[in-house]
Design a protein around this ligand. Structure first.
Ligand SMILES: C[S@@+](CC[C@H](N)C(=O)[O-])C[C@H]1O[C@@H](n2cnc3c(N)ncnc32)[C@H](O)[C@@H]1O
Length: 274
């Protein structure tokens, strides 16, 4: 996935992936352990050693987190958190450091899960990590106050199935982020259009998703890339209320109309009653 892109970018800008140099023997051993865990996508500071200092997006995902940091409560004492596609665990660590009682990170990739477990242990934080797909969230008992769903949507062949499944798990807030391409302008559209109105589809701001048959950014797991209007339309259509849009590809939402006549949208869609 993006690891390939990362390597490509490193080549393009003529930099070798690098790790911090230090003469401290403790740090040398730590650096060695970090390297043994494979390529990291999350740059995490572990006692002064960076796990992905050559990331092609810069200090990632701290550059994303800085937009979110003030939108999510500083004090999460007692809160429960689910991070879907947790990768190296950066967001899990942040949420735990804000006092969350329970943080569960799920991902389908053992390499990332092992990195996340290592990072949490190094920082002395008790976080659960589990190998589980987003499509299996329904089997997790109960809801979570905060659900983080960042950087996964566009990797899915069935993105709305995933979003509608996730909505059932959100107690207070969903943090949603996806790659966005095309128009970055969200506009309000009419409730209905005449069958012969074809013009509307030529409007670049109209909600649309690009389907990638082969590869985008060298990554065969990039399937559907929405524009900004489509993100907002899908979030609303899944019954969410958009509370904040702290940067172009990230939204913070709360559940609003996630049920109709006491039933979740996903269940109604699956049994043909929506
Ligand atoms: C681009 S990374 C995003 C990581 C992190 N959430 C972030 O925003 O920085 C995508 C992550 O989603 C995971 N992933 C891909 N498909 C998944 C699925 N079906 N269920 C759960 N995680 C998945 C990948 O293993 C990877 O860790």
């Amino acid at each position: 996935m993006l690891t390939e892109l990362s390597k490509l970018s490193e080549k393009k800008i003529g930099r070798e992936p690098r790790v911090c140099q230090s003469t401290d023997p403790g740090q040398a051993e730590l650096r060695q352990r970090i390297q043994e865990l494979g390529d990291w996508f999350h740059n995490i500071d572990l006692h002064g050693v960076q796990t992905a200092p050559g990331h092609f997006l810069g200090d990632f995902p701290r550059i994303k987190w800085k937009h979110l940091a003030d939108v999510i409560p500083q004090d999460l004492t007692g809160a429960t958190v689910l991070d879907i596609g947790c990768n190296g665990g950066f967001y899990c660590l942040q949420m735990k450091q804000r006092g969350a009682e329970r943080v569960l990170g799920i991902d389908v990739d053992d390499r990332y899960l092992n990195q996340a477990r290592f990072a949490a242990k190094q920082l002395g934080l008790e976080i659960e990590f589990e190998k589980r797909s987003v499509y299996e969230v329904a089997s997790l008992p109960g809801q979570f106050d905060y659900v983080i769903f960042m950087g996964v949507f566009y990797h899915l062949r069935y993105p709305l199935y995933a979003l509608d499944s996730i909505v059932k798990k959100v107690g207070k807030q969903l943090v949603f982020q996806t790659m966005v391409r095309g128009s970055e302008t969200a506009r309000a559209y009419a409730d209905n259009y005449h069958f012969w109105n074809k013009e509307i589809f030529r409007d670049p701001d109209f909600p649309q998703m690009y389907f990638i048959e082969n590869r985008y950014a060298d990554d065969p797991t990039n399937w559907w890339i929405p524009n900004v209007s489509a993100c907002e339309a899908m979030l609303r259509s899944s019954g969410l209320h958009i509370e904040a849009h702290p940067e172009v590809e990230t939204w913070v939402c709360s559940p609003r109309h996630v049920q109709r006549d006491g039933r979740f949208i996903l269940d109604m869609e699956l049994d043909g009653t929506l």
